[in-house]
Ligand binder design. Structure first.
Ligand code: BGC
Length: 762
């Protein structure tokens, strides 16, 4: 029997669509849920699949809310984005005291970059290339959220995104599947720990499955249509990594994938997720995802709901399609009892794994909510991690770090606004406690530096645009003065200063959901301000806020120093000061390519070669793959980021130039800190498969190590490479490697690498 099982597991692992048992293997849990489900009516089972909006709940009066009526009738499986442990406790009480079967509710929230202690937006967090830090941020988020009633987070968001027009690029880890997979695993580990039933771990929900980041034209919710090879090699790996790391749930994406909305897409939800990857948790729709299938042209709500259930969706967020139509569909033979039972079982299993049946108030410890949230230790970590997420894009003549003497003119609409600091999707943050750049500089410099502040410009000249770009309480308090008055004040401040720090860029709600842009530049009014500041002849440091790669060709040409700070979370202002004054040496590296202009988009480092690639050293040749007006190069490549020191990388040393079968190759370089400051370097390994049965990318990240080097110090960094690292999905979607020649490249970014060649035979 044992051997038979092993065999089955092996076969299912080997076959592309092998059959994997989707029921959990915990016999105690099975017994418990079997017994519970025997008692449940059809309506109660369907009720478990319902995740309504949280409506009108008021602490102390939860029992009288509209939602409470539904809960009492057994029509609710969980709620989300309710903040506050007392409120949540009240609602849980309704579920466990006033329903027939006393089944506790799940309480979810978008805890995507911290809870009250807010960390950098995920795109920034990925630029740390520090998986320990990523995991720690998720661990702290889970500790705080679980102390405030939350047991389920809609994170990590692992959508690969290569189109900076798409605002939600801010919520993920950038363009690369390998790095994205590492981040996905670290986040899941951080949230879930190794025991979901502990009171300080929460269930992860990997989203948005799938290909949401490949929306056509970067317009949110838009269609995707993609080859299976690209899908499996470049977009799905982070989802699979999160599933392998044990993520308890998955969220379906809004978009259509190859003609069928993800929410109703059986290929994605069942064939790949469950059968191929062996996912055992439940799948929730995104917000009204089922209802939106009506507009996608998939039929009415009943049809869409049946399609979703049959595809492999188990919980319906907000739209109540399941709640209102599944019974009818069952009676009409459009869905089966088994499909409803399977979905219900998975929701109950999640509650069981979270320990909610043992103690429905496990995550409602009022004491913990007072001691575990926004602690001094958490705040310190947030500051530390934020400094590591910043990317130094330019530092001409060593303008940075700044000295803690003299006068700084601090200018810009983003210099003194708390609301703008934490970043998009910081649902539980306390805006009143966020540290601004102005505050941060003041904290760091005490009385030694004079800081003269001027707003200099509004976010955008168009007040309506500014309104759209600063929703959800993130107003920048638009200044009523004229553009000229604001500019004059800034120039007066600049005239007194030794150095100008310009805090410019995007407002935090210019990225995130439904915040796509067709222009990737800093808003023109701010660019005008920047140009005027540069024209003064004083040294200018651009502190750039953004949730996406921007087109910064002018800035790169004219501004001596550029520090990209994304949105750094609650401690952003202090962290920015730490880096500007050199108390921390920046070490972030880009995880998305920055284009020269929007016309180059999509531009990413792991592209294919074409049959007419440009010759090395040329930027235009007729009848080659290029543009008339601009070179193919990005402005800043993937993996790029400067430091206050410099590093040199030696040639790549290989343990052997030719390998066979499962041998292990060691590739090493010696990295030296050639400057005068201690610093950290991210050493990156890329591989190119020179000949394949399908065209292969010009390079793919296959390893990285972040090392610390004292001034003058050298370290040897080694990567172990096995055939596992050479595998890819071929035309038949078989995951394997092919023998032949490979380039092994190592460097400090994806452009500047040293290369060596190997031959690997089977
Ligand atoms: C977003 C999800 C989010 C959900 C719940 C949706 O609009 O697409 O990412 O988890 O809302 O807040």
């Amino acid at each position: 029997m044992g051997n038979m099982k092993k065999w089955l597991a092996l076969v299912s692992g080997l076959l592309f669509f092998g059959v994997v048992n989707s029921q959990s293997s915990d016999p105690k849990m099975k017994l418990f849920i079997d017994a519970l489900m025997k008692k449940m009516t059809l309506e109660e089972k369907i009720g478990q699949l319902n995740l309504p909006g949280s409506g009108d709940i008021v602490t102390g009066q939860a029992s009288n809310s509209d939602i409470a009526k539904k809960i009492k009738e057994g029509q609710v499986g969980g709620l989300f984005n309710i903040k506050g442990v007392e409120k949540i406790r009240d609602v849980q009480k309704v579920a466990v005291e006033q329903t027939r079967l006393k089944i506790p509710l799940l309480f979810g929230m978008d805890v995507i970059h911290g809870y009250q202690t807010t960390f950098p937006i995920p795109l920034g967090l990925s630029c740390t290339w520090n998986m320990e830090a990523v995991e720690q941020s998720a661990r702290i988020a889970a500790t705080e959220a679980s102390a405030d009633g939350i047991c389920w987070t809609f994170s990590p968001m692992v959508d690969i995104a290569r189109d900076p027009r798409w605002g939600r690029i801010a919520e993920g880890s950038g363009e690369d599947a390998y790095l994205g997979s590492a981040v996905a695993k670290a986040m899941v580990r951080g949230y879930q720990g190794n025991d979901l039933s502990k009171d300080n771990t929460i269930m992860a929900c990997v989203k948005h499955y799938a290909l949401y980041g490949a929306a056509e034209a970067g317009r949110d919710y838009n269609t995707t249509d993609m080859s299976r090879i690209r899908m499996f090699n470049e977009y799905l790996p982070p989802f699979q990594a999160a599933v392998d790391a044990g993520a308890g749930s998955v969220m379906a994406s809004f978009n259509e994938v190859d003609g069928i909305p993800a929410t109703g897409n059986k290929f994605l939800m069942t064939d790949v997720l469950r059968k191929q990857w062996g996912f055992k948790g439940f799948v929730v729709t995104d917000y009204t995802g089922i209802n939106e299938m009506i507009d996608h042209g998939m039929g009415d709500l009943q049809q869409a709901s049946a399609l979703a259930l049959k595809a492999g969706i188990h919980m319906d967020m907000v739209g109540e399609g399941f709640l209102t139509t599944l019974k009818k569909s069952l009676q009409e033979g459009k869905v089966t009892q088994k499909q409803i039972d399977d979905a219900c079982r998975l929701i109950l299993e999640a509650k069981y794994k979270l320990g909610l049946f043992q103690d429905p108030y496990r995550y409602c410890n009022i004491e913990r909510s007072k001691t575990d949230i926004y602690t001094a230790a958490n705040i310190k970590k947030a500051r530390e991690i934020a400094t590591e997420s910043f990317v130094l894009l330019k530092n001409q003549g060593g303008l940075l770090p700044l000295k803690k003497t003299g006068t700084i003119a601090l200018v810009g609409p983003l210099a003194d606004t708390k609301e703008n600091m934490p970043g998009t999707w910081s649902v539980a943050t306390d805006l009143s406690k966020a540290i601004t750049v102005r505050q941060g500089l003041q904290n760091a410099s005490g009385n030694n530096v004079k800081i003269v502040y001027a707003k200099g410009a509004n976010l955008d000249a168009d007040s309506n645009y500014e309104k759209r770009a600063t929703m959800f309480g993130r107003s920048l308090n638009r200044d009523k003065r004229t553009d000229a008055e604001l500019l004059n004040e800034a120039l007066a401040a600049a005239s007194q200063a030794d150095v100008i720090v310009a805090a410019l860029g995007e407002a935090s709600e210019m990225s995130g959901e439904s915040s796509s842009r067709t222009n990737l530049e800093i808003p023109q009014i701010q660019k005008d301000l920047l140009a005027a500041l540069v024209k003064t002849g004083k040294p200018v440091v651009l502190v750039l806020f953004t949730g996406r790669p921007l087109a910064l060709a002018w800035e790169q040409q004219h501004v001596p120093a550029i520090l990209n700070v994304w949105f750094g979370g609650s401690e952003a202002g202090n962290a920015i000061a730490d880096v500007l004054f050199g108390d921390v040496n920046p070490s972030g590296k880009l995880t998305t390519t920055f284009p020269q202009n929007i016309g180059q988009v999509p531009i990413f480092y792991s592209h294919k070669n074409t049959g007419r690639p440009l010759q090395e050293g040329k930027w235009f040749e007729k009848f080659r793959s290029n543009y008339l007006d601009v070179s193919n190069d990005p402005l800043y490549p993937f993996g790029f980021g400067l430091s206050y020191t410099t590093f040199s990388h030696s040639d790549v040393l290989l343990s052997s130039p030719s390998l066979r079968g499962n041998q292990v190759l060691t590739a090493s370089v010696t990295v030296t800190n050639t400057g005068k400051t201690d610093g950290k370097e991210v050493v990156q390994l890329y591989i190119r498969d020179l000949v394949g049965s399908v065209a292969r990318p010009v390079k793919e990240l296959k390893g990285f190590q972040k090392i610390e080097l004292k001034a003058g110090e050298s370290k040897t960094v080694s990567f172990k490479i096995t055939p596992q690292d050479l595998k890819f999905y071929n035309y038949d979607l078989k995951y394997d490697w092919e023998p032949g020649e490979f380039q092994v490249m190592i460097g400090g970014n994806s452009r500047d690498v040293k290369m060596s060649k190997i031959n690997w035979v089977k």
